[in-house]
Write a protein that binds this ligand. Sequence first.
Ligand code: SF4
Length: 467
Amino acid sequence: MPKNIRVAPRKFTVYTEKNLEKVPQLSRFSADQVLAMRAVAQVLPFRVNDYVIDELIDWDRVPDDPMFQLTFPQPGMLADGELDKMIDLLRKDAGKDDIKTEARRIQLGLNPHPAGQKSMNVPKLEGTEVAGMQHKYRETVLFFPSSGQTCHSYCTYCFRWPQFVGLDDMKFAAQEADRMVDYLKQHKEVNSVLFTGGDPMVMKTRVLRRYLEPLLADELNHIVSIRIGTKAMAYWPQRFVSDDDSDDLMRLYDEVHSAGRNLAIMAHYSHPVELSTPTGQAAMERVRQTGAVIRCQAPLIRHVNDDAEVWASMWKRQITLGAIPYYMFVERDTGPRQYFEVPLGRAYDIFSTAYRRVSGLARTVRGPSMSATPGKVLVDGVTEVQGQKVYALKFIQGRNPEWVNRIFFAKYDEHARWLDDLQPAFEDKWFWQDELEAMKQKGWSADWSDASHIDKRVSEFGHVQFA
Ligand code: SF4
């Protein structure tokens, strides 16, 4: 029986680098500490709303509080010399241009464009690029709606940070769904569309509807699932329960589900505290009542959640609240990663320890997983083969579908933090290396035109319609 969930509306108040000092709780910090935060916020994005400030951060635990680390600029995010220089510029009230120039210089040193996202993933339709889309894996396309390119708060470790500081102009994001729909009509090998950002859930419902509704057409029945990647469930659950168009949003979700698509809310939860508030829990309940599924994912981040107990507790809470633990990611090779990263060996230990502490229901989770240039690579084990300590790695997604589920081995290196830091254990190159190089030359992943069997299977199966 659906419950009638009511939560009092809350006004959305947001702080950015321009008014950071106005956050009332920062009065407990010294002027120098606040200045250091401002210095970091000149370089890396900062945005936090009052729900996070009032209900998720435990101000008696700052600066160690995980949600504070997750949302407020931390001095360690910049290298010492760079932090000092930026503080100096602010102290002497340097002009905007000088600060911007220095910030740009630092930003460009932070690997703003990892994993060939722009060079290899943008598909073409009749010879021109489809704005706002990426097609890296055969079955899935990513779609970036232009009005969903901010977030209710920004994560300090965000791998999409360049777009929030104007380094990646988001002109490539899509205004309308038409081109995506035309592309999908011609690409029956795709069965899943993932809306991503930023956060698509910053969009008003009427705008989101313009993107979702066209995907429900019969000629797109090969689209089995529509996913929405979002952190709004954690950062602004009011979006689902009390914002003025939240009822419309639930109707829209219900329509997508009723049209026979699997609607998956890919909820980014970094810490169990995000699942603990009455509003956060009400949002989950309400979303689930529409028939949508909530799948939970987050990167493993030092200072935020680098503790097996945190993950075990988070997965258990997700199960209790009817959600599905899905991914633990490795912090990507961009931005202030030196402050947040966890080496692969330790990441594997944390994952395995947490995994052992939960029941089979929570073991739907996969990780630690790297979204790297050739594909999604799982650190599946640390073991010994032929007397050599190695990482057992596995593709759970690959630019070439034939790579998926293949195991390969890398020399164990306790300092390695990413696939690029690893060396093959028994060969002089990775089994996929030559093929990946050829794809880079072509600027495209693979020829998927032999996917007619997928089309046939999906059309035979058809879609369940819920009256
Ligand atoms: S919610 Fe996602 S896109 Fe937004 S700041 Fe956090 S990690 Fe980045």
